[in-house]
Design a protein around this ligand. Structure first.
Ligand code: ZN
Length: 175
């Protein structure tokens, strides 16, 4: 009687194990899809491609967090939020010219805002993080995260608001 019980116990273990395996197999395809969509973002064609270690060595910790990890600086803290001098804004990572001071406006949102980017200097990506649907703006040359573009900009010009992080850009005053 005791032997039969042990055998039954052993069988139930085997069946449990095989069930677990089935569950793992069922989950696998989902994992692959997630991986594919992650790599798709990384393999966009950028002229400048560096490893995370190389970017870390080149950028300050703040720049790395915003540009490479898509972080956001706290509003009203960035060095260019209230700057309206004449000049050019380039990518802080690769110096790609992104915005001119002529397109900068005071949006009162706490981040440097432009109504237009220099043609071909930026690329866009649909961002669904934090339960919102936003359009992410990246540097077309290195893929650095700049901010987001919204359609609530000045109506008298383009109607767009490129909401950027001061950390992502560098101001070069006009000579
Ligand atoms: Zn760049």
């Amino acid at each position: 009687m005791r032997n039969i019980f042990i055998i039954l116990l052993a069988f139930s273990f085997v069946s449990c194990n095989s069930q677990n395996k089935n569950v793992e197999k069922a989950k696998e395809p989902t994992k692959e899809i997630t991986k594919k969509s992650e790599t798709k973002k990384d393999t966009m064609d950028f002229k400048i491609v560096k490893t995370d270690a190389e970017w870390k060595a080149q950028l300050s910790p703040e720049e790395y967090t915003v540009l490479r990890e898509k972080g956001t600086e706290r509003p009203f803290t960035g060095e260019y939020d209230k700057l309206f001098e004449k000049g050019m804004y380039v990518c802080a990572a690769c110096e790609n010219p992104l915005f001119t001071s002529d397109t900068k406006f005071d949006s009162h949102c706490g981040w440097p805002s432009f109504d237009e980017a220099i043609k071909g200097s930026t690329v866009y990506h649909k961002d669904t993080s934090f339960g919102m649907i936003r359009t992410e703006v990246m540097c077309a040359k290195c893929g650095g995260h700049l901010g987001h573009v919204f359609d609530d900009g000045p109506k008298e010009t383009t109607g767009q608001r490129y909401c950027t992080n001061s950390v992502s850009i560098k101001f070069i005053p006009a000579k």
